[in-house]
Write a protein that binds this ligand. Sequence first.
Ligand code: ATP
Ligand code: MG
Length: 546
Amino acid sequence: MPARGGRWAGFWEQRARQLQRQVQAKEERIVELETENAILHLKLAEKVKQDRKELRSSSLDLLRDCQGQQQDCGSEIVTAVQGAQRHHEAVLAWQSKAGCLEQSLRETTERYQLEKQKRKQLHNRLVELKGNIRVHCRIRPALPFDKESEDPLSQNSSVSAEVAHAVDDETVLVRWDRPGHPWINKTYNFERVYGPAESQRVVFEEVCPLLTSLLDGYNVCIMAYGQTGSGKSYTMMGPHSRKEPVLPVESQGDLGIIPRAAEELFRLISENPSRSPKVAVSVVEVYNNDIFDLLAKDSCAVTSGVKREVLTTKAGKKEIPSLTYESVHSTEEFLTLVDGRLRLRAKHATLVHADSSRSHLIITVTLTTAPSWDSPANRQSDVSVLKEPDCPSPRQPATGRRHSAAHRTSSWSPGAAPEGPTGHMEQVHAKLQLVDLAGSECAGVSGVTGAALRETSFINRSLAALADVLGALSERRGHVPYRNSKLTHLLQDVLGGDAKLLVILCVSPCRKHAAETLQSLGFGTRARQVQRGPARAGRVAPRTPR
Ligand SMILES: Nc1ncnc2c1ncn2[C@@H]1O[C@H](COP(=O)(O)OP(=O)(O)OP(=O)(O)O)[C@@H](O)[C@H]1O
Ligand SMILES: [Mg+2]
């Protein structure tokens, strides 16, 4: 048993020693590891320190970079802001300068308009005093039919095809370059120039004051002059075609001077119903140098043109004895009457104009008032008189152009009898003559032959006679050849200074009409030179001031 106990003790001793050794070895290993760890810690600390250092330095670099860039950007922003500020200030300065300039432009424009207005008033006054003929010029727009027979020179370009331009409301410029001829670059001045875009309403607004003059007792004549197709009938009446009424009723915006004048006349008259003058109308055409009364009716009461003559009264005034007058009481009556008679007017298609007027048309609107017996005008011996329809007058035998007709008494008949319905004399207060002349034309261009060629020849001769009369008047010649044509003979009183006369020159803007345009502008210029002394008013019908 003790031996067995000794073996176990040896075993456990050995075992303890063995474990002791293992523990020792482990402890040694631990020491070693601790040392290694300490070294690694040191290395790690060193590395971390190094990395931190590097990181710090790169962060500092980055920061410096950022700061640098920030500074750059900041200064750029400051520069940009300063630049923008400067621009803004410059814009503000320009804005205020532009504002000041706009204001001064407005003021200058107002002053200019005022001065222009004053100049116009003074000019009008001078025109009144000198008795000048007022001349307006209307340039019509280029129209499709201008293209159809356009000359080859201007066929490619519509711009160069126009030679007459409205520079401003008083000046026309004609620029005409003809190959092989000297350039024409000429300006003409008139009381008013209407460009192609100016409407019928604008034209009438300028003409309208003449109607006030009419009611103030002045005789007034408005005459459209120009080559064929230049817009005379359009200006006086409005657009028309063979199928439509001669005076347009529906296209109100396009109404010409005649219907607008009728409307304005009755409007002015209605302002003072107590002293309304009576209104009578005559319609006359001068065709192939003969005068036809378009209101005259034949024995069957059919309206037909009846030939009449102009005579000189004892007082030296020109009258058409037995001329038919009809009284009208409203614009509608006036338009119905005139429209019906205008259908009788001679028309003919030419190569230049499909609806060409072949006669000169003169519509006369006569205002009459019953005079007070002691009025100075009533004491004049040469007072023209109108007669009521129930006082028939002996008529001259009439040679009808369309019918040879005996004449039927019409509503009014000037110069026939001295008494009106009240038994009092009725005095012609004032006369408004509305004249739509036939257009001058070159037979070669208009392509007319036979009867139409004869008409053309009469038209051109009568227009030449009109130009001769104006030439003689402007040069103050002793003899004025009024009697060279029926047209000038009929219009002698008007041309000689008995009326405020407005000539509206109608011209085409097209190159192919340039020669006629220059002729018309020359005619207008000559007309402006005529000085006939101040027009005298007849007996004044009191009006309500407007
Ligand atoms: N200002 C304008 N605006 C639009 N169309 C116009 C104008 N002037 C004239 N016209 C047109 O031109 C054409 C010729 O005009 P208009 O009949 O008035 O000529 P005219 O001068 O009377 O010719 P004629 O002497 O041959 O009778 C018409 O078709 C008319 O409608
Ligand atoms: Mg015409």
